[in-house]
Each structure stands twice: as structure tokens, then as C-alpha cells.
Design a protein around this ligand. Structure first.
Ligand code: MN3
Length: 248
């Protein structure tokens, strides 16, 4: 399958991954490649306008997400969103030193190109960092307690989230997000919209997102979106979701 070009890309990616991993244990969060900031005990997540390296190798989420899907998804689909986002941002005078989150909060002021590609870039950066090899369990703590308090049980939460993902007609995303009162919410958005956007029906801070565009699963699952969703829970990185919740 991989051309020599893709093999080179893969090797480059693995070495970048090793660089990210080497940061662990230093106290630097690798959630968004170390871009989490601490400010008066409140932590903000800051996404830039460039792709960060995948925090694992393409094959690491097998068999849930196959290697070829991971490669094409990251190197072609997500790379195109990032490229087109920078293109739109440049044309529309956006300060690319500011966090992307700020731009998405006022995205109605900008073009459809910026909305689609800004959402596309943000959503995928969040998505890659919401998964890890073998998954990471949801540990006891305030986040797990809140989840159980609001949804009844972790199983009930997963069932409701899975329904939101299954029922999103066409392309889009399912979300767990925190609203302005730090209450947990489940919802979905069409296309590359997300709860950060001022034009979105659901609003808040995304904690966990699931890509249900066909490009995310079609090579392996074809029309069986439900099977993709059921398998996906095995690779969810709950540690990163909890950290994001604690930072809201
Ligand atoms: Mn995608």
C-alpha cells in the first residue's frame, strides 16, 4: 500500500511522535502538543493553525481504526483542512498567533471557507488527541462522578453519545461538551461545525468528539457506522477527556 513517499511521511511522523512522547513525565501536557497554558489555575486549550504530529503511529489504533484510514485521514483530509484554513485566514486578515478557539467563537464574521476548514482543523486535532493505543480508562474523580451524576452511569452515557453519532444524518460529529455552567452535554453538529462556534445550535467547550464522516470509517466498515461507533470506545483516551473537563 504505502508508496515510498508515504513511507517517508510515516517515518517522519514516528520520529515526531517519539519527540512528543519524550516530553511525557516532564509535566508538560501533550494534549495539544504541549500547548495547554496555565493561567491563574484555570487552564485553556489553545489550538494553532498547523497540524500537530499524531501522538501515535498509524497502526496503533488497529483493529478499530485501520492503518490506511488513519494515514489518509491525517495526511490528506486533515492536512487539507489545515492548509485551506491558513489560506482563508491569510485572505481574511486573521491573526494566526491567536488561538483558533477565539476565531471559531466569532466565526459568523468570516467566510464559509474559514468556518468549514477552521472547524475541520480544530475537530481533527481534538479527535487525534481523544484516542490512544488500547484506550485509557476513565478513572475515579470529579469528571467521572459528574458523568455518572448527569447520565446515570458510564454505560448510559456511552449509549446516548452513540445514539447522537448514529443519528447524525450525513456528515458531521457527535460531541460531549461542557456548557457555560460546566454541565456535561451530548449533541451533534453537521459538516465541520462544533460547539465553539457562534453559529452552532449547541454551545460549549468540546471535551470528546467523534468523526462520523464516511471518510473516517468507510474503508473498513463501509455502511456500518454503528459498528465503527461501537468499536471506537475501545480506543478513547479518557485521560485526555478528563483533563479537558478539568481545564474548562
Ligand atoms: Mn475526518
Amino acid at each position: 500500500m504505502p508508496s515510498s513517499y508515504n513511507r517517508r511521511r510515516f517515518i517522519t511522523n514516528v520520529s515526531k511522535t517519539a519527540a512528543v512522547i519524550s516530553l511525557s513525565g516532564t509535566g508538560v501536557s501533550s494534549l495539544f502538543a504541549g500547548e495547554m497554558q496555565t493561567n491563574n489555575k484555570r487552564r485553556y486549550f489553545s489550538t494553532g493553525f498547523e497540524q500537530t504530529p499524531l501522538p501515535y503511529a498509524y497502526a496503533d489504533l488497529e483493529p478499530v481504526i485501520d492503518t490506511m484510514t488513519m494515514d489518509i485521514h491525517y495526511n490528506r483530509h486533515a492536512a487539507a483542512y489545515a492548509l485551506n484554513l491558513r489560506d482563508a485566514a491569510k485572505a481574511e486578515g486573521v491573526n494566526m498567533k491567536e488561538p483558533l478557539e477565539k476565531v471559531l467563537g466569532v466565526v459568523s464574521k468570516y467566510s464559509t471557507k474559514l468556518r468549514n476548514n477552521g472547524g475541520g482543523h480544530y475537530n481533527h486535532e481534538l479527535f487525534w488527541h481523544s484516542m490512544c493505543k488500547g484506550g485509557a480508562e476513565l478513572k475515579d474523580g470529579s469528571f467521572r462522578n459528574q458523568l455518572i451524576k448527569q447520565f446515570g452511569s458510564t454505560e448510559a452515557f456511552q449509549s446516548q453519545f452513540s445514539d447522537a453519532a448514529k443519528n447524525r444524518f450525513g456528515s458531521g460529529w457527535a460531541w460531549l461538551y461542557a456548557d457555560k455552567d460546566k454541565q456535561l452535554r451530548i449533541g451533534s453538529t453537521p459538516n465541520q461545525d462544533n460547539p465553539l462556534m457562534d453559529i452552532s445550535d449547541i454551545k460549549g467547550t468540546p471535551l470528546l468528539g467523534l468523526d462520523v464522516w464516511e471518510h473516517a470509517y468507510y474503508l473498513k466498515y463501509q455502511n456500518k457506522r454503528a459498528d465503527y461507533i461501537a468499536g471506537w470506545w475501545k480506543v478513547v483516551n479518557w485521560k485526555s477527556v478528563e483533563e479537558r473537563y478539568l481545564g474548562v
